[in-house]
Design a protein around this ligand. Structure first.
Ligand SMILES: *Cc1c(COP(=O)(O)O)cnc(C)c1O
Length: 420
């Protein structure tokens, strides 16, 4: 159904209902002012043009009102994080009281582990993918150590079977079963950052609950890429960053999900701060902490407004486009990339991302036999921004919001020429 030629790629672009959104983003350019081929929306999403104005509005509010901007101006800062709640909830399949924009990804993971990793006797293990993003491994290991336990004994790492690239769901479920008396928490990157595998969150959560463990997921590579149904799947907790597929700028405000079955479980220990305190009484400055119900009760600090302004601007695009439309284009865009890569018929490359569309998002990870970073440098020289993961993997993420079929076609032609 796909064809390997530029006219065909252009034809797909002309039929693409989302093509017009490309113009809403700034693409990096080379010294001659030509746009580069950008495939690293999984690392840092491009800047939406509307972001600049959104930030300027808040700078102007600060300039004009000073501290009073918490209560005045177009978007009073006191409630600013609430402006993005509904949009975030839609992206992860949550109810509004289950999500809040706050903090940064790893610190949110740390905060939620304080609440959800409560080792009790022999039930003291955490399960994670062996190829998890290092920050997540550091985090879960540090919690095990904080409880006086040894990560060597208490951290279970999942790996694909020898020779395979993906971790089969059945193997994950079996690993949970094998540790049924000792498992406290399953904490996976819902879409693995390296392989691009999208795990079966629903089955994993169900199985974790069956053995008496919590299920939490890092959505760094999930939010804005695929659409989980966190509430319906009964996921316990999750966290994400917003600078990848959500295009909210470097270090932008992250977020958390806590299932609303815990909304009023004030007995669950948590790290506290004034922004998690009952907002109707926050400014009474009472010294007794009264957490708000729902995810908001996990907030610590008053949020950074300028990054939230970036997030709010970016989410307005997602609201306009809708995740279902994005996913539909994503399937065909990434499918095209896969088709073209296979059509290179080059035995030096192997796609390590699952072939099954429901087991991946937009990213394709390409393992290149006997490659070193020279290949990546060569791609960069030819105008491609992709990313290199040691020892031999190039990750490319055609992002349905702003990448075109022509981008994908041009990339594969360049890759082919670099492999010669
Ligand atoms: C990008 C990413 C991080 C980065 O963490 P920060 O706290 O935002 O620096 C952590 N974990 C995963 C899985 C990621 O993909």
């Amino acid at each position: 159904m796909y064809e390997n030629n530029l006219d065909f790629a252009k034809k797909l672009d002309s039929q693409d209902k989302l093509a017009k959104h490309r113009g809403e983003f700034y693409f990096p350019t080379n010294d001659a002012g030509e746009s580069l081929l950008y495939f690293t929306g999984n690392s840092l999403g491009l800047m939406p043009k509307r972001t600049q104005d959104a930030v300027q509005v808040e700078l102007d509010a600060w300039k004009k009102y000073g501290v009073e901007a918490h209560f005045m101006g177009r978007n009073p800062w006191k409630d600013y994080h609430e402006y993005v709640t509904d949009s975030l909830a839609k992206l992860v399949g949550a109810k509004a009281d289950e999500v809040v924009a706050m903090g940064t990804l790893t610190s949110n993971l740390n905060s939620l582990l304080v609440s959800f990793y409560r080792p009790n006797g022999k039930r003291n293990k955490i399960m994670i993918e062996g190829s998890a993003f290092p920050s997540d491994i550091y985090s879960v290991s540090s919690h095990i150590a904080l409880h006086g336990l040894n990560p060597d004994n208490c951290l279970i790492k999942l790996y694909p079977k020898a020779g395979a690239n993906k971790i089969e769901t059945s193997d994950i479920l079996q690993a949970i079963e094998d540790n049924k008396d000792t498992l406290a928490v399953v904490m996976l990157g819902a879409v693995n950052y390296y392989s691009g595998q999208y795990f079966d969150l629903k089955s994993i959560t169900e199985k974790a609950h069956e053995v008496g463990a919590y299920a939490g997921f890092d959505l760094a590579h999930t939010i804005g890429n695929v659409k989980p149904e966190l509430h319906d799947w009964d996921v316990d907790f999750a966290m994400w960053c917003t600078y990848k597929y959500l295009n909210s700028g470097p270090g932008a405000t992250a977020g958390i999900f806590v299932h609303n079955k815990f909304a009023e479980r004030f007995d669950i220990p948590r790290l506290a701060g004034w922004w998690g305190h009952d907002k109707t009484e926050r400014f009474k400055m009472d010294s007794e902490f009264k957490p708000m119900r729902g995810a908001e009760g996990w907030q610590n600090s008053n949020p950074a407004i300028l990054p939230l302004a970036c997030l709010k601007a970016s989410l307005s695009i997602f609201d306009e486009v809708g995740m279902d439309n994005l996913r539909e284009k994503s399937l065909s865009l990434t499918g095209y990339l896969e088709f073209l890569l296979n059509d290179l018929k080059n035995s030096a490359i192997e796609i390590i991302t699952p072939k099954e569309a429901n087991e991946r998002g937009c990213q394709i990870s390409i393992r290149v036999k006997n490659a070193n970073k020279e290949l990546f440098n060569e791609l960069t020289k030819k105008g491609v921004i992709s990313d290199w993961r040691e020892p031999d993997v190039v990750r490319v993420a055609p992002v349905p919001l702003y990448n075109s079929f022509e981008d994908v076609y041009r990339f594969v032609v360049i890759l082919g020429s670099c492999l010669k």
